[in-house]
Design a protein around this ligand. Structure first.
Ligand SMILES: [Fe+2]
Length: 173
C-alpha cells in the first residue's frame, strides 16, 4: 500500500457547506503506517467559503475505536451519534490543541477541523486497513455532519446542516 494520500478539493465538495466555493487543491494529507507505525494527518489552515478546513468524516464498520493525538495546531473534533431518521442522537464538538488525546468511541461519526492559523497535525492508531473499516457514505449522503463549523467574527460558530431533521444542540467541550 502506498503510504501517502491526499484528500482533494474535488472530493471534499461532497461534504462542504458551500460546495462551489474555491479551496486549496488538497484539504489534508495522510501518511499511513497503521497501528504499528501510526498514521499522520496534516490539515491545511483557512476556510472554504466560511467553513474551516476539515476532514471528510466517516463512521467505522464493526466495533473499531481509535485514539487521536494532537501534535500541532488548534482544532475541533466532531463526534456525532448514529444517524436515524435523518437526525442524530448526540453532537459533540471538542476543542483540542497540541498534546491532547481524543478517544473515538465505536458507532460514532467523526471528523477533525483546523480552526488555527498553522497546520493541524494529528497521529492516530487506526489499522493500516482502515479503508476496509471506514464508511464515508453517510456523510456523503447528508453532505457532512449535522453542523458545519464556520468562521464568524474570527471565531468558530456552528451552522446546522439543513439536510438533517431533528438534531440536539451542540455540546462543546
Ligand atoms: Fe476513524
Amino acid at each position: 500500500m502506498k503510504p501517502y494520500a491526499e484528500r482533494t478539493h474535488e472530493e471534499m465538495r461532497d461534504v462542504l457547506m458551500s460546495p462551489l466555493a474555491d479551496g486549496p487543491q488538497a484539504h489534508y494529507y495522510m501518511v499511513r503506517g497503521g497501528d504499528k507505525k501510526s498514521n499522520i494527518t496534516v490539515w491545511e489552515a483557512g476556510t472554504v467559503g466560511a467553513e474551516y478546513i476539515k476532514s471528510y468524516g466517516h463512521y467505522h464498520t464493526g466495533d473499531l475505536e481509535e485514539t487521536y493525538t494532537i501534535l500541532q495546531g488548534e482544532g475541533i473534533i466532531i463526534l456525532q451519534g448514529q444517524i436515524e431518521d435523518e437526525g442524530v442522537t448526540d453532537f459533540k464538538a471538542i476543542k483540542v490543541k497540541a498534546g491532547d488525546k481524543i478517544h473515538i468511541p465505536k458507532n460514532t461519526g467523526h471528523l477533525a477541523i483546523n480552526i488555527g492559523t498553522t497546520w493541524l497535525v494529528t497521529s492516530d492508531d487506526s489499522p493500516a486497513s482502515l479503508a476496509a473499516h471506514a464508511d464515508y457514505s453517510l456523510f456523503k449522503k447528508m453532505r457532512g455532519a449535522a453542523y458545519y463549523v464556520v468562521e464568524k467574527d474570527g471565531k468558530p460558530s456552528f451552522v446546522k446542516n439543513p439536510l438533517y431533521g431533528n438534531v440536539p444542540d451542540v455540546r462543546i467541550e
